[in-house]
Design a protein around this ligand. Structure first.
Ligand code: ATP
Length: 313
């Protein structure tokens, strides 16, 4: 599918000399949900802000829907919707007015039916005549989303959309994201809730220290980097791991009642069957066995911390 977003050689050094982004290259296809993961200060917001035309890049180019974001800014800005991390809107305006005004700012003709649809989808219709300042924090966030959707963007950025929101709003938001995607929109989100990326994203990009260290299909990533753990519940607790088991990398947990073995699920020989027969030979009985796959969170933590570990080694 065609790219709706192409980032080529983008870097950013802020005025104070801080390099927030190294050289970033990224393509996002139309209709994708792309999750950008990274620790605090990794450069996620900087990258989004450059694409949205809020921050100038130090080098590189960005194309949105076939147009350069600088030369073709009118088109690219009206193609993009941004839900920023922070709530920024005129607090004294009524909900319906601030959302309708946002649409006008992007040069789109008035469309009351669309504004009503957006407000209804976000459960804001009943509050349409309330001033923004009278709303709860969660409702204010819904207003920010409504504003971003007011001009029917093809490419929607959600910058940590569910940070600090309640369970209900979070669930509503993910339903909305799915509906938008079904309607053909492309969605790029940053999140600290990795299970959300695991649940929602088609592809995942990991940014760390201003560098995009990995971009991969979510399922392929989990397959490739995923490890499995085997948990062996012992009949009798062990005080220490017996010398006869030194060929496996094992840990004892649960006061010696549980033996854990981490292995690469895709290796030709996982070592599991040899481990189980050795346990038999050593007379170590067990009551139960179960395996567990690593989550995207495990993979992410491993990836982000790997450079530091490698440097220390
Ligand atoms: N206007 C600015 N001037 C100088 N430095 C900045 C500015 N904005 C961001 N930075 C720095 O650039 C780096 C990247 O920040 P950015 O906000 O892009 O990270 P982030 O990945 O979005 O983090 P978070 O998850 O905390 O939102 C940080 O070190 C930050 O302090």
């Amino acid at each position: 599918m065609a790219s709706i977003l192409s980032v080529r050689g983008i870097s950013k050094t802020y005025a104070g000399g801080h390099q927030a982004l190294g050289t970033i290259d990224l393509d996002v296809a139309e209709g994708e949900i792309f999750a950008l993961l990274g620790p605090n200060g990794a450069g996620k917001t900087t990258l989004i802000s450059i694409i949205c035309g809020i921050v100038n890049a130090s080098s590189g180019t960005v194309t949105v829907d076939g147009e350069d974001i600088i030369k073709g800014y009118r088109h690219t800005r009206s193609t993009i919707g941004l839900v920023p991390q922070e709530i920024s809107t005129d607090m004294f305006e009524r909900v319906i007015d601030t959302v309708a005004l946002s649409r006008g700012l992007f040069g789109k003709p008035r469309d009351d039916a669309h504004i009503e649809k957006v407000l209804r989808e976000l459960s804001l219709w009943d509050k349409r005549f309330a001033k923004v300042q009278e709303l709860s924090g969660g409702m204010k966030r819904r207003v920010m989303i409504a504003k971003a959707l007011s001009h029917e963007p093809k490419l929607l950025f959600l910058d940590e959309p569910t940070a600090g929101v309640d369970v209900e709003l979070r669930r509503d938001m993910w339903e909305l994201v799915r509906r938008l995607r079904d309607g053909g929109a492309t969605i790029i989100l940053t999140t600290h809730y990795i299970e959300e990326a695991e649940d929602m994203a088609d592809r995942v990009g990991v940014i760390s220290g201003g560098k995009l260290i990995l971009v991969e299909e979510k399922t392929a990533l989990m397959k490739k980097l995923g490890r499995k753990s085997l948990h062996v519940t012992l009949s009798e607790p062990l005080g220490a791991i017996p010398a006869g088991l030194s060929s496996w990398s094992l840990t004892l947990a649960d006061d010696g009642h549980m033996l854990d073995y981490q292995f690469d699920a895709h290796a030709e020989d996982t070592g599991v069957s040899a481990l189980l027969s050795r346990l038999g030979e050593l007379g170590i009985g067990y009551k139960d066995l179960n395996t567990e796959e690593s989550s995207l969170e495990d993979i992410f933590v491993d990836l982000v911390h790997r450079p530091a570990r490698e440097a220390a080694a």
